[in-house]
Design a binder for this molecule. Structure first.
Ligand code: ZN
Ligand code: ZN
Length: 91
C-alpha cells in the first residue's frame, strides 16, 4: 500500500465524485458541447485516467505538507495543505 497526495479541490472530487470545480476553466458556450481543446474537459479526462491507474483511493486525512507539492491528479503545483489518500496499488 502506498499513499498519494492531492490538492484540496481534487480531494473533494475523489471523495464526493464531484468535479464541478473544473468547470471554472471551461470557457465553452453554456448549453453547447465542450470543444476539443476545452481545458476543463482535458483536465477531467487526465484526472479520470490517473484515477483508473491508481485504483481505489481511501481518504487518509490532511497531508499538511509544509511546502510545495504536485497534486497527483491535476498536476497543479500546490503550496501547503493537501490531502493524503491510500492506494492499494504499488508505487
Ligand atoms: Zn468546456
Ligand atoms: Zn489536484
Amino acid at each position: 500500500m502506498s499513499s498519494v497526495i492531492t490538492c484540496d479541490p481534487c480531494a473533494v472530487g475523489v471523495v464526493n465524485d464531484d468535479w464541478t470545480h473544473l468547470d471554472m476553466s471551461c470557457c465553452c458556450k453554456p448549453g453547447e458541447a465542450h470543444s476539443d481543446d476545452c481545458e476543463a474537459e482535458r483536465m477531467q479526462a487526465s484526472i479520470v485516467g490517473t484515477l483508473e491507474s491508481l485504483g481505489q483511493l481511501i481518504h487518509n486525512g490532511d497531508a499538511d505538507l509544509p511546502g510545495y507539492f504536485d497534486c497527483i491528479l491535476c498536476s497543479e503545483i500546490q503550496c501547503g495543505g493537501g490531502h493524503r489518500f491510500l492506494t492499494m496499488r504499488g508505487e
